[in-house]
Structures are given as C-alpha cells and as structure tokens.
Ligand binder design. Structure first.
Ligand SMILES: NC(=O)c1ccc[n+]([C@@H]2O[C@H](COP(=O)([O-])OP(=O)(O)OC[C@H]3O[C@@H](n4cnc5c(N)ncnc54)[C@H](O)[C@@H]3O)[C@@H](O)[C@H]2O)c1
Length: 440
C-alpha cells in the first residue's frame, strides 16, 4: 500500500537549519499541497432546523450510533446503507419503531453512492477504515457535512483530499473522537488550561487493547481489522489517546506538532495466538502479519514538548490509553486516574482530592448535557455528548468542536508512523494541516 505518495514525500532535509533542529539527523519532509480555498478555521455553516442524517455502516459502532441519534432532538435518520441485508432490516425496524422511515441503500460495495443524491444534511460514517475517505469526500462533494469514525483516513493523500474538499465545499468534516468528550478528559483539559499542572512538557497517549480474539473472529465485517494487521506496520489507531493529549497541550491553539519518530517491535502475538487457536498448520498461523506487536512513537512539538504515543493490540494486556500529562507543577495519569501536585509532588493525591479536582474542573457541558448524555449512553455518555454537540452545533450554525485540521492531524499519525517505521525510525515532519491559517 502506498502510505505517502511520491507527490507528498518531497525532500530528505539535511540543510544546516534542519540539522541544527534535529541534532544532525535527517528529517523527511512531507509537503502540503497548495491551498485553493479559504481555510475552515471557525467556519460556521448555515443553521439547519432538523438535521437529516444518512448513516453508512451498521456494524458494532453504527448500530449504537443509530440508537443514540434517534434520541437526540433535531436529529432525524432518513437514510441508511450497509452491505448486510439483515443489519439493514434490523436497523430499519429500530428506526421505524420511532415513526421514522429511512430510505435503504443496498446492493453492492457502491450502493451507498446513491445515498449522496438524497436530500441530507449529514453523512455519518461507521464503516471500515479504508472506506472513510471515499465516503466523506463524496458526501461533501454533494453538499453534505461528514462525520467520520476514527481514524479519518489511512493515507496522507486522503487526509489532504478531505481538507481540500472541506475547504472547497465549505462543508464540515469532523472526526467522531468520542474520548475527547469523556468527563475525566474534559476536566483534565480544563486543569491544564487553568495551569494546575504548570508549564506542560510531556504527554503519554496510547491505544492498548487486546484485540486478538476479535481480529480472529467474525466480530469485524470481512475481517477488516485483521487485514489491516496483515498489511500495515505502525500506529494504526492513534486518535483515542492522542486527541485528548493534543487538546491538553493546546495543539493548534498555542503549539503545533512538528515531527514524529516511530518504531515497532517484532510481530509475535498474532502468530502465537493463531497457532494456539487454529493449529500450527492453519492458514492463520502461516499468514505473515506486518503489524509489530507494540508500536511506539515520539512526537515533538514546536515548543519542544514531547508526546509518547503507543499502539498495542496483539498481546495480552489490560485496556489503557495511558492518558498522562505532566508539567512543572504536577502530573495527571490515567489507568487508574491519579494526580500528584506541588507541594506534595512525590506522592499521588488522595482519591478524595482527585475527585474534588475532577468536580471543580468539570466541563460545563457535563453540567448542561450530562444527565441526558448518560441516559442515552455509549462510553459512559461520552458518545451521546459527542453526537448531541454535533447536532446542536449544526442546528445553531456554530463551529464544530473538532476541526477538520485536528481530525486530520490526529489521524495522520497512522501513515506518518508507518512511514517512519518503514525508514528505520527516521524523523518524519508533521505538516501543518492548516497550511499557515492557524497563527500561534
Ligand atoms: N469511537 C469508538 O469508540 C469506536 C469503537 C468501535 C469502532 N469504531 C470505529 O467504527 C468504525 C466501524 O467499526 P465496527 O467495529 O463497527 O466495524 P464492523 O465491521 O462491525 O462494521 C462495519 C460495517 O460497515 C459495513 N460496510 C462495509 N463495507 C461497506 C460498504 N461498501 N457499504 C456499506 N456498508 C459497508 C459492514 O457491512 C459492517 O456492517 C471503524 O472506523 C472503527 O474504528 C470506533
């Protein structure tokens, strides 16, 4: 698979200025295509009284999205598409039970394209990763906003194409990064903004989730997630951990991510699991898997701060996103949640103190929307809060919480880490997806 096209890998910089920055090592630059339309910073689209939604992909995630969106005032699912007729019928029944009769798009890999001709305001995409970009591009091209499950896309070309299309059509393209709406993450962000942890210098983010059983089952449509592990080596799922850390650090507000180095350990986990489960002569055991068991990247920001970003889905492990952020006055760490602050920096604060701080810094959105969000549910209400905000912002003609630039930046750690891994951990430049429109 081409991760970064020739067009976008321009130079290996060894000039004096770059060498100074990197201590003499090389940095691979990834060029930004030229902007042809105004940036989408703070963009407000015309308000929409009732948001008509077309949802593509009715699997694990799509089914939950339907249930949530049906309960949000001002949202109306008027079209659905999937390859699987049973899933379509089930979702149709669920939606119809609420007196709403969506149009069904079915009959092959490209049946969803016909949906783009229907009068819709928003296309909500819950399909496998490789399909996200094509679907979101087509949605915006046909005048609809796009909300896309994580990650936004898997190649740099696609990420740039999505930004270009959003800027050209003035349609929103938002990554559905639900972790940014979690109660704890939102409170920690406010602690960071208030300076509780002092000057921030380092964050740790991850997606650590033992997916071996799911990858080798029919949990995912046509084994799409195992196929990703067969063909790609890097951080395949960066956004859940990175989104909140990026927000804590004020990326795109007062700092930028500028470069990444990434390395993967050898692949052992999937093969061993396959031998145990299917036997050593099975096709699964003989298959070659590109994805190293543990991928670790280090991102550096323009202000000289660092983020350690990990991906581990092929080994036995308790779930974690690390969610750690540290500064000159203290540290917050997740899994389990802990905080240590001056003047007692060498011990974790009591649970009572942590609970008090999380309450004190709680995001007002949890006060105004929290009760309903929890009733609707999904990751403790974070999924519902994300959807409620999306619908509310579209109805009010407001800017969306997560810009197309953040959506692309967080997702880009997929292809950029792959590229770095393929070059033996080389330093790869992280482009400014706003192409200079965001001034620090
Ligand atoms: N934010 C979260 O917490 C979270 C959790 C789980 C999954 N996800 C994301 O949601 C997305 C879907 O994951 P999933 O676990 O639901 O996968 P899944 O395999 O359960 O569902 C994918 C669905 O897409 C359908 N599909 C595939 N090709 C299609 C096509 N050409 N046209 C129409 N439908 C098509 C499949 O039939 C299937 O029903 C992924 O991007 C994943 O990363 C996010």
């Amino acid at each position: 698979m081409s991760l970064i096209s020739r067009r976008h890998v321009l130079t290996t910089a060894t000039g004096a200025a770059v060498a100074g920055l990197l201590g003499g090592s090389e940095m691979i630059s990834v060029a930004a295509p030229k902007r042809t339309s105004p940036a989408m910073i703070g963009h407000r689209a015309p308000p929409i009284e009732e948001v008509r939604i077309g949802l593509i992909g009715l699997g694990n995630r799509g089914k939950g999205a339907i249930r949530r969106l049906m309960l949000i005032p001002g949202a109306k699912i008027t079209a659905i598409s999937d390859l699987d007729p049973t899933r379509l019928r089930q979702s149709e029944r669920t939606i119809s039970a609420w007196g709403n009769f969506p149009k069904i798009y079915f009959g092959g890999e490209n049946a969803w394209k016909a949906m783009m001709q229907q009068d819709l305001d928003l296309v909500y995409i819950c399909t496998p990763w490789d399909l996200h970009a094509a679907m979101a591009l087509e949605a915006m091209k046909n005048g609809k906003h796009a909300a896309v499950e994580v990650p936004l896309a898997t190649t740099m070309d696609d990420l740039w194409a999505l930004i270009d299309m959003s800027e050209k059509t003035r349609r929103h393209c938002m990554l559905l990064e639900n972790v940014c709406y979690m109660r704890t993450e939102m409170a920690v962000r406010r602690m960071c903004d208030a300076g509780l942890l002092g000057e921030l210098s380092h964050g740790e983010a991850a997606y650590i989730h033992d997916l071996r059983a799911k990858k080798f089952s029919n949990h995912y449509h046509d084994g799409w997630r195992l196929k990703q592990s067969i063909s790609r080596n890097g951080n395949l799922y960066p956004t859940h951990g990175l989104g909140p850390i990026s927000q804590y650090m004020g990326i795109f507000r007062n700092d930028m991510m500028i470069k990444i180095n990434s390395m993967s350990s050898e692949q052992r986990g999937l093969t061993e699991y396959a031998i145990r489960k299917f036997g050593k002569d099975s096709a699964e055991a003989k298959q070659t898997y590109a994805l190293g068991d543990v991928n670790t990247s280090v991102i550096e920001t323009a202000k000289g701060r660092t983020i350690m970003l990990q991906h581990k889905t092929s080994q036995p492990t308790p779930y974690s996103r690390l969610n750690q952020i540290s500064g000159t006055k203290g540290i917050f760490a997740g899994y389990p949640n802990r905080i240590a602050l001056e003047p007692d920096p060498d011990k974790w604060a009591s649970e009572t103190m942590l609970d008090g701080l999380l309450k004190e810094y709680g995001d007002p959105l949890w006060k105004t929307h929290g009760k309903k969000a929890q009733e609707i549910g999904g990751h403790g209400g974070a999924d519902a809060l994300m959807d409620m905000r999306l619908i509310e912002n579209l109805r009010n003609g407001e800017k969306l919480d997560i810009s197309v630039y953040e959506s692309a930046l967080w997702s880009a750690m997929g292809p950029l880490s792959e590229y770095s891994v393929s070059k033996d951990g080389a330093t790869v430049e992280i482009p400014d997806f706003s192409r200079g429109a965001i001034k620090l």
